[in-house]
Ligand binder design. Structure first.
Ligand code: OAD
Length: 234
């Protein structure tokens, strides 16, 4: 049985890479092909909403062609079989954790399969394309529907719940994230300051490697199942 009672796992784009979804900062990644200021800021959306819709419509359509990989499956198994608490905090806006069966999950950067109306603030699930003409299903006004994605300059979701979980965690694991984007990049320091053991699982050493007690480097589909097995075996 694992010696850890409260595990917090931060995941990033590297976890979904082997499912076929591009990462952001790797060679040929999303931010090499698109200017984030145009497609991932409120100012970009105000300037050219059609371009922003096109970008997220394409990414939403991609979700229909991908499936969770062995690393997502292993994390779902950890939640099911671990005797203590497991919370996944993901920066990913895909739905692959849920598809793998994880339920203790926070999408801190929002979700591709959710939208909300900037007029009435009501949100709903959404699997189709968004357009600038679309009327809000709640208030009926057109022109205000946007993807429920946290853009640069906006506040990530559920920071209070995440902060509490990091404070109580005795194990913090970071998987497939470059450690470039705050506040997520600061979670390792927060967890460590509260006494957690900290582990990085990533293809290569991340920006924050020096903050972690331990690191295992390699593709997620290989190193995550192995790490989960060792945790469950205690
Ligand atoms: P990045 O693209 O910055 O980093 C992905 C990390 O995953 C890199 O460190 C890679 O080395 C690693 N990686 C790639 N393939 C891997 C594999 N098969 N197995 C394990 N690791 C692998 O993505 P994030 O850190 O998730 O935010 O980016 C954080 C945020 O920046 C995103 O949520 C997004 C982006 O801008 C917003 O859009 C608000």
């Amino acid at each position: 049985m694992s010696r850890y009672q409260r595990i917090v796992i931060l995941t990033g784009a590297g976890l979904s890479a082997e499912s076929g979804l591009a990462t952001f900062r790797d060679k040929g990644g999303v931010w090499a092909r698109y200017d984030y200021r145009e497609v991932a800021t409120p100012e970009g959306f105000a300037r050219n909403p059609s371009l922003v819709h096109e970008f997220y419509n394409m990414r939403r359509r991609d979700l229909k062609t991908v499936a969770p990989n062995a690393a997502h499956m292993a994390l779902a198994r950890l939640e099911q079989e671990h005797r203590g608490e497991v919370l996944i905090v993901t920066q990913n806006v895909d739905n692959l954790h849920e598809a793998a069966g994880s339920t203790s999950l926070i999408h801190m950067h929002g979700e591709l399969l959710k939208v909300y109306c900037t007029h009435c603030r009501k949100g709903c699930s959404w699997t189709d394309d968004l357009t600038t003409e679309l009327a809000c299903p709640s208030c009926g006004k057109s022109g205000g529907m946007r993807p429920d994605i946290v853009w640069f300059g906006e506040m990530p979701y559920h920071m209070d719940v995440i902060g509490e979980a990091l404070e109580q965690a005795d194990l913090f694991i970071s998987i497939g994230t470059s450690g470039n984007v705050y506040p997520a990049a600061g979670f390792v320091a927060e967890a460590r300051a509260s006494g957690a053991h900290t582990v990085e699982l990533n293809l290569e050493p991340s920006e924050g490697r020096s903050f972690f007690h331990e690191a295992i480097h390699g593709p997620a589909t290989r190193i995550v199942p192995g790490f989960v097995d060792s945790l469950l075996a205690g």
